[in-house]
Design a protein around this ligand. Sequence first.
Ligand code: DAK
Length: 259
Amino acid sequence: MNNTTLLWELSEGIALLVINRPEVLNALNGQVLEALEAAFERIYTDPEVRGVILTGAGEKAFAAGADIAELSGLDALRGWEQARRGQRLFDRIERCPKPVVAAVNGYALGGGCELAMACHVRFAADTAQFGQPEVNLGLIPGYGGTQRLVRLVGRGRALELLLTGERISAERAYQIGLVNRVVPADRLLEEARAFLKTVLSKGPVAVRLLLEAVAAADLPLEAGLAREAELFGLAMATEDFREGTRAFMEKRKPVFRGR
Ligand code: DAK
């Protein structure tokens, strides 16, 4: 399913999605968003896809934000519509039943940083830079940045980034909890793949239930705990759980079947 603005490669159950507009630092225009919508439609439904890596083409950028040329032509109503559409897409990425890793290979600014934050985990090249520079354009984030950044790094640090629009290094992003790992740029995809392979070696149903349970961490604690208990009960009803416990007692590796 190759589209020139979003490249797709499936290997060993891992879909590698590459935002492909390097001439404008992979700025997110309507075409990229549309291609991402189609890609996640497939990711949700295709059993061959078990995990996802999202990255940007070239060495400079993951995505340097929304396409400013396209953005400048929007009126209030179109802006609101686009915000809701983008938020739905980013929400779909965050709620994806298969693990999604952002491999941040360069600038992740504005909408690019928001896109990375919608992924389940973020690996950054040591050359990557992060920021929410919307304020420099007289804007505020419109793809969930004010909400996800606060949840990831805390209100004070989020406000520092949002109010100044300043860019921070991968190392600083790691210190404040914005990224999970910083790795040498030439090892980024390898490390993201190795992480996903580890996850994919676990019980597939448990992985899916974990993603669902952690998504409930946005609910009030009591509701989140109730969701955890339901999903825990569901896990106990699976063949994978019986196989996992039996394999432990028989001192062998489990063979999970995903049911
Ligand atoms: N959009 C369009 N083109 C971009 C771009 C962008 N975001 N970022 C870079 N480019 C283009 C440049 O214009 C340049 O094109 P040419 O001049 O070669 O034709 C080319 O990419 C290379 O960029 P530079 O020459 O500037 O490269 P440098 O290495 O010198 O600088 C930089 C790299 C990342 C520091 C710089 O390019 C830069 O500051 N870029 C803009 C960063 C930024 O402000 N991003 C936008 C943040 S605001 C919405 C929801 C969300 C959003 C918007 C709407 N709705 C719901 C409607 C999100 C908004 C944002 O993301």
